[in-house]
Structure formats: structure tokens, C-alpha cells
Design a protein around this ligand. Structure first.
Ligand SMILES: NC(=O)c1ccc[n+]([C@@H]2O[C@H](COP(=O)([O-])OP(=O)(O)OC[C@H]3O[C@@H](n4cnc5c(N)ncnc54)[C@H](O)[C@@H]3O)[C@@H](O)[C@H]2O)c1
Length: 396
């Protein structure tokens, strides 16, 4: 197989941002079928496929029709958080290699379902966490694996993304986040930051997350934004009760003694960051400022004047420490959204479907990273009590 005949289920913001600009131009993929609950989204993508490739794709509003197709090699599930695990499980039951877009789980049972279904069916599965392919995440990983930060004792990460308009325009955008922010209060989007951290800390590969505690701030950011925009569709949420706290902080203890700190910060004004931080005994990397520090380069004369000891990773170290995958990617020509990591994660998926072997991000990773959401919900409701994180790798 040279090209993976691919079906895409879920044609909202993510589907639309991937299909025309990226997937239709990839050498190892051909989109042959698409599905969304909304007919207009199906029509839009079908017309884009015809325009770009000259071919007609199959389109439907019923995902079960997709899973019954005989002419597909893989399915990409990009639907809402409420539906994507169920659809991914049904796809695996149908024996169709499955790529699942990211998001936190709704409950713990979903995580068990995902693992048990993959273990039972042995259908190839990959969790499509693009941030595991970010340039700096991979550079830090490269440095960690060479031992240059010493022993890693703590990592931090965040989803710090001003989503006030996306949430408040949810009805107009037909987007699921609005309902989530009204009804839930949890670390609702942990995997962008936790994925790369878990890989660095060898989670599920000798190390594991034991328990977490979560704390939520008050919820005022969305109401404040709505009050500032009284004459827009967002204004009607001025007095709406949102359950979702503006800042949710989650701390995780690992079996090897390292700790992880996560933050969800999506309802207040701020610039984007994943605040990716890796701290070892002999050095550290911090995304904000793109700072990197090595003990070996410590400038004693600047001991109290800290700034010369914070080297900018791009200026000083990128050439030396870029991950080999990124060195090749830069040489070949960067492509795809989110700084190139969308291309890399989808390229990995299609190559995995073509060549087989081990999943680059397997179902145990998906379950471990996604389960943080329902567990943080419990911890927040119960006074930030520690909540145990299951070891999904025991399911064989
Ligand atoms: N990796 C990334 O950088 C990234 C970025 C954005 C979104 N996402 C993920 O992609 C997924 C989709 O997010 P989005 O922002 O596109 O949401 P969205 O609401 O814009 O789109 C979701 C689409 O799924 C469709 N859908 C829901 N249930 C369905 C069903 N049963 N059958 C068929 N279609 C169904 C909806 O009609 C909608 O069009 C989420 O899991 C999200 O976390 C990932």
C-alpha cells in the first residue's frame, strides 16, 4: 500500500483545518470518505476533495455507513469530546486502523473501553497528539535522552489558550465547548502538554503516574468578556453560571519520584503557551521565553544577574540539539499547521498504517493521558483530594 485510503469522521474546526490545507496534499494518504452530523460540512469537504483531486469522495451524516465501507484502510476520528471515544471503539471493532484526535475523557470507563477494545481486536490504533511532535518538545526529549539535563525531577505544561470567543460563540459555531464549560469543571484538555511530558518521563515504560490532586479557581473570565461585549452574541452569557473554573491546576506524582504540574487556562485574556518545562538535576528547558539552561555552561560571574544564564534555545542550541526527525523535516521543507507538528503526527499515522509495527502513540498512552480529565473532576469536587491514576498497562 502506497497511499492509505482514509475516511474522516468529524468535519468541524479540526477537520476543516486539516483536510484541504494538509491531508489532501500528502503523498501517503487519499481521502475517500467523509462524515459529519451536519450535511453542509459534508458537502463543503466533498467539494474541496473534488476540486483538489478531481475525484468524488463518499459522504454521509451517519458514521456507521463509514465503518461499513469495504474500500478504506484507515479512519480518522475528529468528532466532539462526547463522541470520539465511542466512534473510535466501533471503528476498532470493525477492524479499521484508527487515528483518534485528542481531548480529555468524559469518564474513566471510556478509557477502559478504549484499551479493552484495542487489546481485544488488535486493530492498529494511534492517538494523534500533535504536540508530541512539536520542535521544542522533541528537542527537549533529545536532550533528556542524551542525559544532558541530568535526572528529570519535575515537568510542567499547560493549555493556556484564550478561548473566550470560541466558547461564547459556541451556538453559532455549533461547537461543543460551550456546554462543557457550563456543565463541567475539570482539567478538560490535558494531552497537549501531558503527552510530551509523559514521553520524556517514560510513563507506561517503567515509570507511571500514581495519583493527582486538582484545584480550580473561580469562574469569572467568560462572564467578564460577555459583559464587555453586550451587543454581540456573546453578551447574553453575562450572567450565565459557568461551572468551569478559569484556572485549573493539577499536580501528579510519578512512581519514579518525579512530579508533573499541569494548568488549564482558557477563559481569561492571555497569549498562547503550553508552558512546556522540563527540569533536571543539571539543566532545564522552559517554553516561555524559549529558555534553556545547562550547568555546564553556567556563568559564575552572572550568578546574581540571572539573565545571561538563560540561553535562548533557538539562537544557541537548536542546530546542535534539534531532534533528528526535525532536522530532516527542516531540511525537506516545513509544512502543515501548528508549526509543522500536524504534518509530522499525520505522517507518522499513515506510515504506521502502511508499515505496521508498534503504534507511535498507543492506546495505553491515550488512556493514561485522557483519564486526567475525569480524575481531576473528582479531585476538584472532593476538596482537592488525591485521586489514584489507574495503570491501564495491566490490561493485556
Ligand atoms: N490536535 C489539535 O491541535 C486539535 C485542535 C483542535 C481540535 N482538536 C480535537 O479535534 C476534535 C474536534 O474538535 P473541533 O474543534 O473540530 O470541534 P467541532 O465541534 O468544530 O467539530 C466536531 C465535529 O464533529 C461532528 N460530530 C459530532 N458527533 C458526530 C457523530 N456522531 N458523527 C459524525 N460527526 C459528528 C460535529 O458535527 C462537528 O462538526 C476534538 O477531539 C478536539 O479536541 C485537536
Amino acid at each position: 500500500m502506497e497511499k492509505v485510503r482514509t475516511a474522516v469522521i468529524g468535519l468541524g474546526a479540526r477537520g476543516q483545518s486539516l483536510i484541504k490545507p494538509l491531508l489532501l496534499g500528502m503523498d501517503n494518504c487519499e481521502i475517500v470518505a467523509v462524515c459529519d452530523l451536519y450535511q453542509d460540512r459534508v458537502d463543503l469537504i466533498m467539494s474541496q476533495i473534488k476540486e483538489e483531486t478531481g475525484k468524488d469522495a463518499f459522504g454521509t451524516t451517519d458514521y456507521k455507513e463509514i465503518l461499513a465501507l469495504k474500500n478504506i484502510d484507515a479512519v480518522l476520528v475528529m468528532t466532539s469530546w462526547e463522541t470520539h471515544v465511542k466512534i473510535a471503539c466501533e471503528a476498532m471493532e470493525a477492524g479499521i486502523p484508527t487515528g483518534l484526535e485528542v481531548g480529555g475523557a468524559y469518564d474513566l470507563e471510556e478509557c477502559y473501553d478504549l484499551v479493552k477494545t484495542q487489546v481485544k481486536t488488535k486493530t492498529p490504533f494511534m492517538f494523534l497528539e500533535n504536540c508530541c511532535y512539536g520542535r521544542y518538545e522533541m528537542m527537549a526529549m533529545n536532550i533528556v535522552k542524551q542525559g544532558l539535563f541530568g535526572e528529570i525531577v519535575h515537568c510542567e505544561g499547560a493549555y493556556q489558550h484564550d478561548l473566550r470567543t470560541e466558547v461564547l460563540r459556541g451556538e453559532e459555531l455549533r461547537h461543543y465547548r460551550l456546554n462543557n464549560y457550563i456543565n463541567r469543571n475539570c482539567e478538560n484538555y490535558p494531552t497537549h502538554e501531558l503527552g510530551p511530558i509523559a514521553q520524556i518521563l517514560d510513563i507506561n515504560r517503567g515509570n507511571r503516574m500514581l495519583y493527582l490532586t486538582s484545584m480550580s479557581s473561580k469562574s469569572v473570565g467568560l462572564n467578564d468578556y460577555a459583559r464587555l461585549h453586550p451587543d454581540t452574541i456573546q453578551g447574553k452569557f453575562a450572567d450565565m453560571k459557568f461551572n468551569q473554573g478559569d484556572i485549573v491546576t493539577t499536580n501528579i506524582m510519578c512512581s519514579n519520584g518525579a512530579t508533573i504540574s499541569l494548568m488549564l487556562d482558557t477563559s481569561c485574556g492571555r497569549p498562547y503557551s503550553r508552558n512546556f518545562t522540563v527540569h533536571g538535576t543539571r539543566g532545564m528547558y522552559r517554553e516561555d521565553g524559549n529558555y534553556i539552561y545547562f550547568d555546564t555552561d553556567f556563568d559564575e560571574a552572572s550568578h546574581w544577574n540571572w539573565s545571561p544564564n538563560w540561553n535562548n534555545a533557538l539562537d544557541v542550541y537548536a542546530e546542535k540539539y534539534d531532534h533528528p526527525m526535525w532536522k530532516k523535516f527542516l531540511a525537506d521543507g516545513l509544512r502543515g499547521g501548528h508549526g509543522g507538528m500536524d504534518y509530522l503526527v499525520y505522517n507518522e499515522f499513515f506510515n504506521y498504517v502502511i508499515n505496521g509495527g508498534k503504534s507511535p502513540i498507543d492506546v495505553y498512552d491515550a488512556a493514561a493521558w485522557m483519564c486526567i480529565t475525569p480524575l481531576s473532576d473528582i479531585s476538584i469536587r472532593e476538596g482537592s483530594r488525591p485521586v489514584e491514576i489507574p495503570d491501564f498497562t495491566l490490561i493485556k
